[in-house]
Design a protein around this ligand. Structure first.
Ligand code: NAD
Length: 343
């Protein structure tokens, strides 16, 4: 069974080779992203394995279907880059719902601590034997109010970490968890009360540009925004304007709205054409990592193991517990009941 991988990096391959070979799969790795121009590479494949910035739109899905591809295997949790509505009844889609929620939650806290204690600045200074402390004054996280949007797997671990710092945690989730001990508030209350806001909800039509001019207007002066979820949760132009107006105290971004053309690649020595990203990076109070939050040894192993399991399970049984479709998440309309598959 041939599986074609897109947007592959060197660090992806060892774990996939380990689990893939054990399962008897033939793996073909491509560095290029999947899009309509590269879809032809999927001819003869049983499944395609894609990542966050592959563009699996309706046109690509039709091509894959024409080539007889049976499965789109996402090696990530989020699936906003796949037109799952269009894929319905054409090609089955599986994902890795959880590989290491700790990796992402810990990265969110690493970014926050780096920002509030100016570690990024101190690191550069001491490398240059500059031991001055001026401009490095931070603040205690202890006692600060942190607003967590999305209390799923990652959000809840992040909340536990924040509680370890004795922070005051408030949260918003469209589907709050009863009896969780989490203090849920409305979205507006969260914007108004939080010293720090951390995003852990998926990107949907509803959450796109959740952080925008109006929501920023409601926030406290000096608020810190942490985004390790998906770039388009934040209107990057509005964020930049908020930073320039000194309304936003700092931003910690592991994801960026237009990241697909830039992230995961080396542009050092080149002119970056995205002015908004360039301006954000130039700000002293903005830290950008390039969709790195997931990148731990544990996560890479878990991603490869679950993806291979999804593919093998699907090929043997015609279903996988990690299949998803546009009905998923809607208890009333879920199609999996009884027959274990979406269609
Ligand atoms: P999850 O499905 O366990 O949790 C998501 C939570 O968001 C759920 O509790 C859900 O009820 C809530 N939610 C859904 N719609 C909402 C809305 N409109 N408003 C508020 N909350 C809403 O997912 P997770 O594993 O915790 O992952 C969260 C997100 O993290 C993913 O969607 C993905 O985009 C992102 N992620 C990023 C990286 C990275 O490397 N940066 C890695 C993995 C996941």
């Amino acid at each position: 069974m041939k599986i074609v991988f897109f947007d592959t990096k060197q660090y992806d391959m060892p774990a996939f080779e380990k689990f893939g070979e054990k399962a008897g799969l033939t793996l073909k790795f491509y560095e290029t992203k999947l899009n309509i121009d590269t879809a032809e590479l999927c001819k003869g494949a049983y499944a395609v394995c894609v990542f966050v910035n592959d563009d699996v739109n309706a046109e690509v899905i039709d091509k894959l279907s024409e080539y007889g591809v049976k499965l789109i295997a996402l090696r990530c949790a989020g699936y906003n880059n796949v037109d799952i509505k269009h894929a319905y009844k054409k090609i089955h889609v599986v994902h890795v719902p959880a590989y290491s929620p700790y990796a992402v939650a810990e990265h969110a806290m690493a970014l926050l601590l780096t920002s509030v204690r100016r570690i990024h600045k101190a690191y550069n200074r001491t490398k240059d034997f500059n031991f001055s402390l001026s401009g490095l004054t931070g603040f205690d996280l202890h006692g600060k109010t942190i607003g967590v949007i999305g209390t799923g797997k990652i959000g809840r671990i992040f909340i536990d970490i924040c509680r370890g710092f004795k922070m005051n945690v408030i949260a918003y989730d469209k589907f709050p968890i009863d009896g969780s001990g989490i203090e849920y508030v409305s979205l507006n209350e969260l914007f108004e009360k939080s010293d720090i806001i951390s995003l852990h909800c998926p990107l949907t039509e509803e959450t796109q540009h959740l952080i925008n001019e109006n929501s920023i207007e409601r926030m406290k002066k000096g608020v810190i925004i942490v985004n390790t979820s998906r770039g388009a949760l934040i209107d990057a132009e509005a964020l930049l304007a908020g930073i320039k107006a000194r309304k936003i105290g700092a931003a910690c971004l592991d994801v960026y709205e237009e990241e697909s053309d830039v992230f995961f690649r080396d542009f050092s020595g080149h002119i970056v054409s995205d002015d908004t990203l360039a301006r954000l990076i130039s700000m002293p109070n903005v830290i950008v990592t390039s969709h790195q939050a997931f990148l731990t040894e544990e996560a890479l192993e878990n991603i490869a193991e679950t993806t291979v399991k999804n593919i093998v399970e699907f090929s043997e049984n015609g279903f996988s517990e990690n299949e998803l479709c546009y009905h998923c998440g809607n208890i009333e309309h879920c199609r999996k009941d009884g027959r274990k598959k979406c269609f």
